[in-house]
Write a protein that binds this ligand. Structure first.
Ligand code: NAD
Ligand code: IPM
Ligand code: MN
Length: 363
């Protein structure tokens, strides 16, 4: 048994509520089977909160997030709020800064046996296993902005301290993986990238066991799809990380498979798929919930429930391998049916383990 953990659920907009429902269902199942004592607290966020409360991140939602052990988010945004004074996406950016979530980890790999999902040729894609470490609370997203009729500007700035703390996250991640770190910048043009590169070089001196190299972002965009296996951990700034991680989703085959974890200085962490609210497919039970369910696995691992997290990851992979696939992967399985199959596989696995243990005890 473990202590009670509160997980705030932010379904958001578009396909957000559909994919989140499947992740919550599997978390509830695992909580029951493993005695994890997870409790869920659903809150309004994004466009849904603009409609209900007049702002995308209402004070009650932020307060609940601050008090939570972890947060699971679907997605926000949609054309209905394009003209809003404050867009749903602003709520997400505010939530990340308010909680100090400066480190966004986005893993992508080819699941063995599922090379067929990738549009890349098997000899290029096989074995690809990349972790993007994206700086999440600085850079051009958060600099001063001006918007006039004839001119506009977005300031991109980074401090040495901001680069150092995200670099440490990336180096430590590389130590636990294959010991290789590629820092991606545009140091041939941008001042922020020059500081980025210098700072990463300095931090690297504390990690002699990690092999560091640097790529310009344009070359990195190419190498990700021509030589994805050359990468282990990619460290990059906010906007480059946003763009490269969507590109990286083609390695695995669909953005609907991609999970992420956002952490910071020790408060509640946030888990969300990397995709958006997909208004083009919302409300039709055809979205792929795998990325949100895999984000729930990252959440479980973060809360110290590694065995439940591994079981969930394996069940998602097993469902995909047996042919249970949503439309983005060329299948016909619905969003809810995919979630239900993952739950059924988990229970099959648990009862198989139980039977094995019983045989061992009676033998
Ligand atoms: P998107 O990720 O929502 O969709 C891009 C494409 O991928 C679409 O064709 C969509 O159908 C498909 N797709 C995405 N997720 C899928 C899934 N789970 N299963 C199957 N197919 C999936 O990106 P977009 O269209 O550029 O943005 C739509 C809205 O979402 C915008 O308002 C954008 O700002 C917002 N957005 C939010 C987040 C977030 O909440 N974290 C992330 C990205 C975009
Ligand atoms: C993401 C999204 C967000 C981002 C948007 C919706 C603000 O694209 O989480 O990848 O750019 O960070
Ligand atoms: Mn994005």
């Amino acid at each position: 048994m473990s202590d009670r953990c509160t997980v705030v659920i932010l379904p958001g907009d578009g396909i957000g509520p559909e994919v989140t429902a499947e992740a919550v269902a599997v978390l509830a199942l695992l909580s029951d089977r493993f005695g994890l004592d997870l409790v869920f607290d659903e809150q309004r966020f994004g466009g849904a909160a603009i409609d209900g409360d007049g702002e995308p991140l209402p004070p009650a939602t932020l307060a609940a997030c601050r008090a939570a052990d972890a947060i699971l988010l679907g997605a926000v945004g949609g054309p209905e709020w394009d003209g809003a004074k404050e867009r749903p996406e602003q709520g997400l950016l505010k939530l990340r800064t308010e909680l100090g979530l400066f480190a966004n980890l986005r893993p992508a790999r080819i699941i063995p046996g599922l090379e067929i999902f990738s549009p890349l040729r098997p000899e290029i894609a096989t074995g690809a296993d990349v972790l993007v470490v994206r700086e999440l609370t600085g850079g051009i997203y958060f600099g001063e902005k001006t918007l006039g009729d004839d001119a506009a500007s977005d300031l991109c700035s980074y401090s040495r301290a901001e680069v150092e703390r995200i670099a440490h996250v990336a180096f430590r991640a590389a130590q636990k993986r294959r010991g290789k770190l590629t820092s991606v910048d545009k140091a041939n043009v941008l001042a922020t990238s020059k500081l980025w590169r210098r700072t990463v070089e300095d931090v690297a001196r504390g990690y002699p066991d990690v092999a560091l190299d640097h790529l310009y972002v344009d070359a990195a965009a190419m190498a990700l799809v021509t030589h994805p296996t050359r990468f282990d951990v990619i460290l990059t700034e906010n906007m480059f990380g946003d763009i490269l991680s969507d590109e990286m989703s083609v390695i695995a085959g669909s953005i609907g498979l991609m999970a992420s974890a956002s952490t910071g200085s020790g408060g509640p962490a946030l888990f969300e798929p990397i995709h958006g609210s997909a208004p083009d497919i919302a409300g039709r039970d055809i979205a792929n919930p795998a990325g949100t369910m895999a984000s729930a696995a990252l959440l479980l691992d973060h809360l110290g429930h590694g065995a439940a997290a591994t079981l969930l990851d394996r069940a998602i992979e097993a469902a995909l391998v047996e042919g249970c696939r949503t439309g983005d992967l060329g299948g016909t399985t619905g969003c809810a049916a995919f979630g239900a199959r993952v739950c059924a596989i988990i229970d099959e696995q648990i009862s198989a383990t139980y039977r094995r243990e019983k045989v061992q005890i009676s033998a």
